[in-house]
Write a protein that binds this ligand. Structure first.
Ligand SMILES: Nc1ncnc2c1ncn2[C@@H]1O[C@H](COP(=O)(O)OP(=O)(O)OP(=O)(O)O)[C@@H](O)[C@H]1O
Length: 268
């Protein structure tokens, strides 16, 4: 069963008239992880923001986006707000931009969870504490009393994942969630994503530059170039029998990087 079906999504910058995403159609199967890969500026983030309906006002999107059969592209902003968080949850490239810098993290977490579930402060604290501990965040209560700038990028991403664990969204959209992190934090945060999928069985869209990560986490993949989907399929087929020149290029450069790594580590 498909939990999400995107049909003929076209995204245009109304200021310039430029088409950013051309007539894009794809689907996400219930419980699967769909990766979107492609070079910088190919339209991956705009595609994700279109599903969430979070594009800037001058960015116009047309087409159909069916979430569990309901066309969310036709919902009012008020109705859409109810879907965000609980049904469709997005983890951004930079954790800092997700939180309000003027208040401590706990305020943001409480506001989100009260809006969706109406829980008491005590309930929220208990649930968040458990979720934060499960993503290896030590001293959760102390952390909730900190401002975003007092925490590292890796910690903020983990807090977002912990919040997602509590929200249990139907679809999690992770837009290059490790780009802003150092290599060790990247590895740890990816591990958390893999566990999140295993624990919740949630459906996921995972945007990444890193084909190694994609291979590890995703079932299916879309390759985007200049606003168009140029290749799609299950991970192993796309990796082993890439048809489009651009995918072949992506796969070969990825292999070159890992071969180089092996060589310098003396393993070739
Ligand atoms: N708010 C915006 N206003 C105008 N143009 C935008 C806006 N956001 C994105 N674009 C344009 O849309 C195109 C696709 O951008 P997008 O951020 O989706 O690329 P991407 O594939 O996610 O790249 P990256 O990997 O660098 O994040 C780019 O040409 C970008 O300049």
């Amino acid at each position: 069963m498909n939990i999400l079906e995107v049909e003929n999504l076209q995204v245009t910058d109304m200021n310039t008239g430029q088409i950013i995403v051309y007539n894009s159609s794809f689907h996400l199967k219930q419980g699967n992880c769909l990766a979107i890969v492609g070079e910088s500026g190919s339209g991956k983030s705009v595609t994700c923001r279109s599903i969430m309906r979070l594009n800037k006002p001058w960015i116009h999107q047309s087409g159909d986006i069916f979430f569990k059969g309901e066309n969310v592209n036709h919902l009012s902003e008020k109705e859409m707000r109810k879907k965000r968080g609980k049904n469709l949850c997005m983890i951004l490239q930079n954790g800092m931009s997700a939180f309000d810098p003027s208040c401590v993290i706990g305020v943001h977490l409480r506001e989100t969870l009260v809006a969706h579930f109406g829980w008491s402060n005590q309930e929220i604290e208990t649930k968040m504490k458990k979720a934060m501990e499960s993503v290896m965040l030590k001293n959760p209560i102390e952390t909730m009393n900190k401002y975003p700038h007092q925490l590292s990028g890796g910690m903020l991403q983990r807090i977002m994942i912990a919040l997602a664990l509590v929200l249990e969204p139907d679809i999690m959209i992770a837009d290059e969630p490790t780009t802003a992190l150092d290599t060790i934090s990247q590895f740890e945060v990816i591990e958390q994503f893999i566990q999140l999928r295993e624990r919740m069985g949630c459906s996921m869209i995972f945007v990444s530059h890193d084909l190694g990560v994609v291979k590890k986490i995703a079932d299916d993949v879309l390759v985007m170039k200049d606003g168009k989907i140029v290749e799609r399929g299950d991970i192993s087929t796309v990796f082993s029998k890439a048809e489009h020149e651009y995918t072949k290029y992506l796969v070969s450069t990825r292999l070159e990087v890992s071969n180089h790594f092996r060589k310098i580590m003396g393993r070739v």
